[in-house]
Ligand binder design. Structure first.
Ligand SMILES: [Zn+2]
Length: 209
């Protein structure tokens, strides 16, 4: 490009700018405005990012719909001394000492001395205390909606329906019952998941030995 050509070019540009000053001004300010909008949108977006990150974390932590690893429920012993006098037997029969009849035993029996207190194996609410001619005093401890511990062959109850008990709280005195008379003083302990009796050993640390 020669000097003359360059001069001509600049003159052309000058004329062009003069003729289109208004249009150029509009174009320039439009570009500026768009730029400003883009910048503010971007900063708003990144602000939102900074803001939403901790919020979503909190939501994850407290969302009740997100399953969390549930603490396994482990029972403490209902008696100070553990002497299993009759094991749990759902799928095989045990001969009953009292009747001589072979039958399933969906419970765990703990032999006990006279005047032995039974303790709550876990914290919960006493759901009912019932006196049964055949099974002695029956105390039902509700641990949650799906889990109950039923104490049978009790001589007396220290608690009543509605009482909240902590694990280890003395809830009654162990006695005898008619159906398992030959076992003498003992605690017949059942564990119910929903409506199904299950092996109490599943919940005791001394189970699976
Ligand atoms: Zn029993």
């Amino acid at each position: 490009m020669g000097k003359k050509e360059r001069l001509r070019f600049f003159r052309k540009v000058h004329v062009f700018v003069k003729r289109n000053a208004l249009a150029l001004l509009i174009a320039f300010s439009t570009a500026l405005t768009l730029g400003a909008i883009a910048i503010s949108a971007y900063s708003a977006l990144s602000k939102e990012d900074n803001y939403s990150t901790p919020v979503s974390n909190v939501t994850e932590d407290t969302d009740p719909n997100v399953p969390t690893a549930a603490e396994p429920i482990v029972f403490i012993s209902p008696l100070d001394t553990i002497t299993i006098s009759k094991e749990y037997a759902a799928d095989h029969l045990l001969q009953d000492k009292t009747t001589g009849i072979w039958q399933a035993h969906q419970a765990l029996d703990f032999a006990a001395a006279d005047n032995t207190d039974a303790k709550a194996v876990y914290s919960g609410t006493i759901e009912s205390v019932v006196s049964s001619m055949m099974e002695g005093t029956i105390i039902t401890l509700k641990i949650n909606d799906n889990l109950r511990v039923i104490y049978k062959s009790m001589a007396e109850s220290y608690v009543e329906a509605g009482d909240k008990v902590a694990a280890g709280a003395k809830i009654g005195k162990v006695g005898t019952n008619v159906t398992e008379k030959a076992e003498g003083v003992h605690l017949h302990l059942e564990v119910k998941e929903k409506d199904k009796l299950v092996d109490p050993n599943n919940y005791f640390a001394f189970g699976d030995k």
